[in-house]
Design a protein around this ligand. Structure first.
Ligand code: F6P
Length: 327
């Protein structure tokens, strides 16, 4: 175990995700167990640049496990994409004698971390925290499970009114360019169709499904649309359907940022605790420039370079299964 690391800093970056606080708590307490001093950085990379560090003791992270959002605040920093910004961040770290960093975030966060770690040789470990679940090197990212559960709760409610009025609802969920949230929300809510960037369902295929539904007497339907659907979000899809099948009564619901908030599920709290713990253990064992994820229920380190460059694929079996279960 390395004895060169004495002071570490932890920050959250990019879109917040439920469970980030549980990860911060695990980092601070594991570090304290190993007699390290931990500093919380306020506001992600922007806070690193401006040296916004606060010492965090185990008691400072009590009562946050169940809270959504991030007590450390977050940002998407433009400045850190510049050499000058990263130099300032490095100067801040040196001024506070910080020897290791733990970054909680998604693809953008790890892209910055990888560049920074190459330029200044600062040991950094990443913890995947994003509702999108779009990171290679982990089966699940922190916040994904909570987000899907939040979306499901909303879609269950929409189902009630869709059924009562015999309407077709197009419900848009987040996920950026990935369809994990949409696929899981669609399966869990029993949607008749799921439009995700990855499976390439074309408009004609959707019209077909909706027409078949009408012919077999199913007058209401739920269609889950990933925001990254290549031929449009829920609004555009609904308009196309309305034009093609005028007798359908369409409505649109965009869940939006609702699915980024709220108390994390048990799954996300346990995942965040495991990854926070492993990140500190990893730093002490000399790991750097890597993300720690969960693969087949075991923690695993993946180089940042690989995590950000590789594409995490949706499970095609699930896509097919969702179609079959909707007949
Ligand atoms: O990456 C998380 C995410 O919520 C995406 O699903 C979404 O596309 C994006 O962030 C929204 O970003 P913002 O909160 O900056 O509008």
């Amino acid at each position: 175990m390395s004895n060169t690391i004495k002071r570490i800093a932890v920050f959250t970056s990019g879109g917040d995700a439920p469970g980030m606080n549980a990860a911060v708590r695990a980092v601070v307490r594991t570090a304290a167990y190993h007699n390290l001093h931990t500093y919380g950085v306020t506001g992600g990379y922007e806070g690193l640049i401006a040296a916004k560090f606060n010492r965090l003791e185990p008691r400072d992270v009590g009562n946050i496990m169940h809270r959504g959002g991030t007590i450390l605040k977050t940002s998407r920093s433009q400045k850190f994409t510049t050499k000058e910004g990263r130099q300032q961040a490095y100067d801040s770290l040196r001024a506070h004698s910080i020897d290791g960093l733990i970054a909680i975030g998604g693809n953008g966060t790890f892209t910055g971390a990888h560049v920074f770690s190459k330029e200044f040789k600062v040991p950094i470990i990443g913890i995947p925290g994003t509702i999108d679940n779009d990171l290679f090197g982990t089966d699940y990212t922190i916040g994904f499970d909570t987000s899907v559960n939040t979306a499901l709760e909303a879609v269950d409610k929409i189902r009630d009114t869709a059924d009562s009025h015999d309407r077709v609802f197009f419900v848009e969920v987040m996920g950026r360019n990935a369809g994990f949230i949409a696929l899981n929300t669609g399966i869990g809510s029993g949607a008749s169709s799921i439009l995700i960037p990855e499976n390439g369902m074309e408009p004609d295929a959707l019209f077909d499904v909706l027409n078949k539904n009408i012919h077999r007497g199913k007058l209401f339907s739920l269609v889950i649309v990933a925001e990254g659907n290549p031929w449009g979000g829920a609004d555009k899809v609904a308009k196309l359907v309305q034009k093609k099948i005028p007798k359908i009564d369409v409505r649109v619901a965009i869940i939006g940022h609702l699915q980024r908030g709220g108390s994390p599920t048990a799954f996300d709290r346990v995942l965040a605790s495991r990854l926070g713990f492993e990140a500190v253990e990893g730093l002490l064992n000399g790991k750097k420039d890597v993300m720690v994820g969960l693969v087949d229920n075991k923690t695993k380190y993946t180089p940042f370079k690989k995590a950000i460059a590789s594409e995490k694929k949706v499970d095609e079996t699930l896509v097919k299964m969702a179609e079959i279960l909707a007949i």
